[in-house]
Design a protein. Structure first.
Length: 157
């Protein structure tokens, strides 16, 4: 089975490298982009991995494969929302929640120039990755980028 990047640095991997690798390995093994992005962070939001896999399953392929907002971004938003304990009925709290969430998503968008699945896939067609496993699973890079964004959000190094 192919694996995502080998992050080995002469022995042990950092926690960030482990979570990014887990996300990549999950994607390669068949989980969708949203599941692969969200599941490695289930433990940080008080959810078991199986429930996270179910909760994120409909967001893959740009929301049920409609190629709208990238499933990786949906996975990021899901984990972000679950990490919050805020009363969003308060307008100011809701505004701050959305602003912080938008900043998080913008980190992914900045790395990839868009957060729309169809545009990301079009970019891969125009500039296909040369190296395996990215050539056969181009969204793998996006999953790894999403996991990296979440690691940074949680302060995981």
């Amino acid at each position: 089975m192919a694996q995502s990047k080998n992050y080995s640095n002469g022995g042990s991997m950092t926690e960030k490298q482990k979570r990014i690798k887990k996300a990549g390995d999950m994607f390669i093994s068949g989980y969708n982009c949203a599941q692969s992005t969200a599941a490695p962070f289930a433990d940080l939001v008080g959810m078991d991995e199986n429930t996270m896999l179910k909760a994120s399953s409909g967001f893959g392929g740009g929301v049920v494969k409609l190629k709208d907002v990238c499933g990786v971004v949906s996975g990021i938003a899901l984990v972000y929302g679950l990490s919050q304990d805020k009363d969003l009925s308060d307008a100011d709290t809701k505004t701050k929640f959305y602003e912080d969430g938008q900043k998080l998503v913008s980190k992914f968008t900045e790395k990839n120039n868009t957060n729309i699945c169809a545009e990301l896939l079009d970019n891969f067609e125009k500039n296909p990755p040369a190296d395996e496993p990215y050539a056969s699973k181009p969204c793998l890079k996006l999953v790894e980028d999403g996991a990296s964004v979440l690691c940074d959000y949680f302060g995981i190094e």
